[in-house]
Structures are given as C-alpha cells and as structure tokens.
Write a protein that binds this ligand. Sequence first.
Ligand code: AMP
Length: 259
Amino acid sequence: MQTISDLQKWQALRATIPVTTTIGFVPTMGCLHAGHASLMQQAVEQNDVSVLSIFVNPTQFDNPKDLQHYPQTLDADLALAEELGIDYVLTSTEAMLYPDINVTHIVTKHPIASILEGEYRQDHFNGVLTIVMKLLNLVGATQAYFGEKDYQQYVLVKHLATSYFLPTKIISCPIIREASGLACSSRNTRLSVKERKLADKYAQLFHACDENNINTTKQQLKDLGIDVEYLIYFLDRMFIAVNIGQIRLIDNFKLHETI
Ligand code: AMP
C-alpha cells in the first residue's frame, strides 16, 4: 500500500496505470469503522486497483465546532486499509485540494438537496459535491463506492456523475450497524458511555418507527432527552437526525422491501 499526499505525485502515478485496469475508489473523512471497511472490501474485490481517500472536507461543515472536533485516527485508518488490501491512500491537505480557496465550486439546486440534511446544514451538499467532483477527477475511477448511510449524498453524487458525464460508476452500499442497530459512524466514538446507551435506545426506537407513528416516536425520543432535528418519511424511507449531547447522528432505512 502506498500513502500519497502530494497530488502531483499521485497524478504522475495515475498516468502510469493502464486504461484497461479497473480502479475502485472509496472517498472518506477517516476515523474508519466497519461501514467504511465494507466499502473498501467491495472496492478491493471488484477492481484491479483500489484507492481510498482520507480528507476531512471543511466546505461541507456549517458548524465550526463539529469540524474542529471531527475525530482523526490516521495511523489506525492506514493499518485497516492495508489489512483490507487497499493499494493507494490519498491523504492530501486542504491547501492541495482547494488551490483556488473554493472560489469555484458546485452549487446544486436538485430538490433533494434542500430538504433533510440540506435544510439543517447550510451549503452542506454544495461542499460535498465540490470535493467529490475534485476527487473523482483526480482518481479517474471505474467505480466509486458510497454508503446508504448518507442516502441523500448518494443520490446527489449519482446525479452529479450523470450531469457532468463522469466516467465513474457510482455504487451504493448498505448501511453497516452495531449489534444494537446503531449505524456505525465516526461520530459514535465521541459519545460518552451514557450517551452511547442513549444512542442504542434511539436506534431501537427509530427502527420501530414507520410513517404512522412518527409523532409517538418523536415524543419517546424527546422523553429520553434526545433532541430530534427531523424524523421524516420520504421516498419510502424513514430519515432521522438527532443530537445526543453535542453529537449529531443521522440514519435512514427503507420501509417496505419490494419483492
Ligand atoms: P464519511 O467518512 O462519513 O464521509 O463516510 C465515507 C463513506 O462511508 C460515505 O459514502 C458514507 O456513506 C459511508 N459510510 C459511513 N458510515 C457508514 C455505515 N455505517 N455503513 C455504510 N457506509 C457508511
């Protein structure tokens, strides 16, 4: 496995990979867990060469504290990537990825970008799509892997790839969960023991929720002291965002499995 931060070095190396070689790409913000691992496994299994990127993208954070406290565990991340058989890890810095200081960026007016996460996190998806566009161009992957954990993100990235005629196929991957049903998230590592117990209860209540008992579930969560930003039925999925203490967690699941 090679870890590369210098983008010129990466681009020179990328140019040596033959066009017939398939490349699988997994973009992440690091603090890797089982959810990221499942994406990496698919990228390794389904392609000749696999690329992981680790970059905490500032332009998708509207809350400076959330950005400042975003967990970073680079050594452990590299060890996991190596164990899973990743070939290249890109660890470029903000200065390298935003040489223009973000004056040129993607702005999405897609209807799905203005609700749920888009409503509660100002400019979030513009930041996401801008960094994804940069990374997809840099990596030139055959397939790129995105988790359904960030379902709106997946839909918007797929739309981005179609809109800009990108050659990369966007693949969606199922949500990986802890035994309690809590979706694996880098932010889970910031929960205290007490908050983690609450988070497990939140996951259980969320999974028992459907379009008919939204208000009851909201009240049950509030009674536990959990702040519910939204709990919505949309596209035959339940979507939720909550704050447990200072930690913001999101989740979603498909309600009615089609046969
Ligand atoms: P992040 O590091 O949070 O930006 O996530 C990087 C990628 O991993 C995104 O495509 C996420 O949707 C995906 N991901 C994060 N958590 C999970 C999970 N629990 N299960 C599946 N994919 C996930």
